[in-house]
Design a protein around this ligand. Sequence first.
Ligand code: SF4
Length: 76
Amino acid sequence: MSSGEKITKIEIDRELCIGAATCVALAPGVFALDKENKAYVVDENGADQEMIRLAAESCPTKAISLFDKEGKQIYP
Ligand code: SF4
C-alpha cells in the first residue's frame, strides 16, 4: 500500500471482526465497539491517515478495508 492514496471510506466486515479492539486502541476517534463487540466506524476523519492505516493493518482478521476517493480498495 503506497502512502499517497487518501483514505475516504472505511468498511468493517462484521463477520470477520472478533472484537479484538486493536483498532479502537489505536484510533479511538475512528473506531468503537458496539453491544455485540463488533467494531464500527464513528468518524472516518477521527484520526490521521497513518493511524487509520496502522489500525487497519493491525486488525488480526483483516476485517477493516480502506478505499480511496475513486472507490478503489487500498487495503488489504
Ligand atoms: S481490530 Fe479488527 S477484529 Fe479487532 S475490533 Fe477492530 S475490526 Fe474488529
